[in-house]
Design a protein around this ligand. Structure first.
Ligand SMILES: [Zn+2]
Length: 248
């Protein structure tokens, strides 16, 4: 399997005829005092490539450029957060898919590395239902990591920018992690509260949850392996099922 990207020419894509595409979704949003606005986009670039490198697929795959902005409404109120509304996200995914299907790339994996894109699930259901074919796949890599891995971190499954995400950045991109790591003094809250309140309100202004000071390179390495392995396994399962059940 060859991974084609926007670094290839249109004629190279024409020659290899990929039938599967992969859309990584990042974000431009506040990541507290210690991580850059582009954190999700940087992780999306690196980890999406790592996932595809391990995927076993009979054809070639077109890795689209990571979308650097998505739906970050819960992280607005800080300078630097740029957010699309959910309906804009719907239009973007539909337009990308239309561009692909016009030239015969029928399958698209949509892979959000930023958790706030709740609109993606209904869009994928809507589009598969509309075509009556299983053409779009939803892969949320954070959800593929087993609970036993999250249990090694300060607060288990993480809302934003705490022990997990900071460890991952320390393992992959230590140069981006600033020294100003502050543990959040406000009680840890569950992600669904963000349906009602912004991160700014819930985090007492700090912009993160949990304990970034407990992040380590070693924990980041463990998480990196787990997120890659488990995402590959799930994707493999979805693609095999789509051969077995091509209709919606
Ligand atoms: Zn993030």
């Amino acid at each position: 399997m060859k991974i084609l990207s926007d670094q290839h020419t249109a004629f190279e894509l024409e020659a290899h005829r990929p039938e599967l595409a992969f859309l990584p979704i990042g974000a431009t949003e506040q990541h507290s005092r210690h991580l850059p606005l582009a954190t999700d986009t940087i992780l999306a670039d690196q980890l999406s490539t790592a996932i595809l490198e391990q995927l076993d697929w009979p054809g070639h795959v077109f890795l689209l450029p990571t979308l650097p902005v998505s739906s970050s409404e819960e992280n607005t109120g800080y300078r630097g957060t740029i957010s699309f509304t959910p309906l804009t996200m719907r239009s973007i995914v539909r337009d990308i898919w239309d561009s692909l299907t016009r030239v015969g790339i029928q399958k698209l994996i949509v892979c959000p590395w930023h958790g706030g894109n709740f609109i993606l699930k209904p869009i994928i259901r809507e589009m598969n239902c509309e075509k009556q074919q299983c053409h779009l796949f939803y892969l949320n890599p954070w959800e593929q990591v087993p609970a036993a891995v999250y249990d090694q971190f300060a607060h288990g499954f993480e809302v934003h920018c705490g022990d997990v995400e900071t460890s991952l950045m320390l393992a992959l991109n230590p140069e981006y992690v600033k020294a100003e790591r502050v543990d959040n003094p406000t009680p840890h809250f569950k992600a669904p509260l963000q349906d009602m309140w912004s991160m700014k309100t819930l985090s007492g202004g700090e912009g993160h949850t949990g304990h970034p000071t407990q992040a380590t390179v070693a924990k980041g390495e463990i998480f990196k392996q787990a997120v890659i392995e488990n995402s590959v396994r799930y994707l493999q399962e979805l693609l095999e099922l789509s051969q077995q059940y091509p209709e919606y």
